[in-house]
Design a protein around this ligand. Structure first.
Ligand code: TYM
Length: 334
């Protein structure tokens, strides 16, 4: 496919430490299958990460670690653009312009913001503005497709509304980005409470599996995963725990949930969990090993990030100048 026929794919993750298998199965695994036919951009959104309490030295380490995790998961930097959001001038600038077009009520309605408000912790205004910065990440590169997990759907809807509003206020500028929600793995659930999404912010470490968990940790966490009443290995609305384990298994094995159900007819949860454990151990092994190599190679990581930022910056400047012209900012003197 020629470069001009390629669609622009953009998606991102926050550098919040080692990724969970939820991030992998719901997101990154699908991104790797898009590299050959699309122009793919993967910013690491460190500016989003400072909307919640954090330690600066940690953030720096986590940002580099996420680059290594991306590459270890198969995002080949020869085939896509990996960069750090704060390295590119334009994300915050465009967010400001878009924010001035976004009614406050639309941001206050965002579920993730409401969830955080409900927890009662003191909030900064960056958290409210978060989805506007996310819209800027997408629109700055005029992305056609944004592959995300289920939990980002509402933010994507907002980004589309913002793009439409900009176009109707100032004239056609942005493409309206299409969300692409994975059909498998879009919502991997907590191993301890299958009514909640798997998340690293869970206080219970047994609730999630990390990409770098050691084989024994993986086996232990899966053997302790909450299952449902009954003993049949079958997915269904009243079997959230088993359904979740089946989708994890299918995500790593590449086989369908039905095929796995068939393998366990007449067998109990014990056998099933052992098998899930082994499939996850084998699925994560190459990722963990590759990650350990890459994270040590500082020069390689620097090179990936430098070249990624150069490519992204060229694209970002073009769009930012266009936006500045449309909104009536006087052009910069060169
Ligand atoms: P983040 O960092 O929370 O998650 C990164 C990606 O992983 C998906 N994901 C999951 N999928 C399935 N099951 C789970 N348990 C699970 N947990 C996370 C997320 O849906 C996401 O696709 N706001 C975004 C980052 C962002 C962004 C963007 C995304 C900033 N700018 C522009 C797309 C485009 C976030 O916090 O993702």
């Amino acid at each position: 496919m020629s470069d001009s026929e390629k669609k622009t794919v953009l998606t991102a993750a926050q550098p919040s430490g080692i990724l969970t298998i939820g991030n992998y199965l719901g997101a990154i695994r699908h991104w790797t299958s898009m590299l050959d036919d699309n122009d793919c951009l993967f910013p690491i959104v460190n500016m989003h990460a400072i909307t919640v309490p954090y330690t600066p030295a940690d953030l720096r380490l986590r940002t580099r670690s996420l680059v290594a995790q991306y590459i270890a998961c198969g995002l080949d930097p020869e085939k896509c653009t990996i960069f750090i959001q704060s390295h590119v001038v334009g994300h915050a600038d465009l967010a400001w312009v878009l924010g001035c077009l976004t009614p406050l009520g639309e941001l206050q309605r965002m579920t993730q913001f409401k969830d955080k408000t409900a927890k009662g912790a003191p909030l900064n205004s960056g958290l409210l503005f978060y989805p506007v910065l996310m819209a800027a990440d997408i629109l700055l590169y005029n992305a056609d497709i944004v592959p995300v997990g289920e939990d980002q759907k509402q933010h994507l809807e907002l980004a589309r509304n913002i793009a439409e509003r900009f176009n109707s206020t100032y004239s056609e500028t942005f493409k309206i980005p299409e969300p692409q929600i994975a059909t498998t793995g879009a919502r991997i659930l907590s191993l301890q409470d299958p009514n909640r999404k798997m998340s690293k912010s869970d206080e219970n470490q047994g609730a999630y599996l990390l990409l770098t968990d050691e084989p024994d940790q993986i086996r232990k966490k899966i053997s302790r995963a909450v299952t449902d009443s009954g003993s049949e290995v079958k997915s269904g609305p009243d079997k959230a725990g088993v359904t979740n384990l089946l989708s994890i298994m299918s995500g790593f094995s590449g086989k369908s949930v039905e095929e796995h159900e068939a393998e366990f007819v007449g067998k109990g949860y014990g056998d099933f969990k052992k098998a899930v454990g082994e499939v996850v151990v084998e699925g994560l092994r190459p990722i963990r090993e590759r990650f350990e190599e890459i994270i040590e190679d500082k020069a390689y990581l620097d090179e990936v990030l430098k070249s990624g930022a150069d490519i992204a910056q060229r694209k970002a400047y073009k769009m930012l100048s266009k936006v500045h012209r449309k909104v009536g900012f006087v052009e910069r003197f060169r």
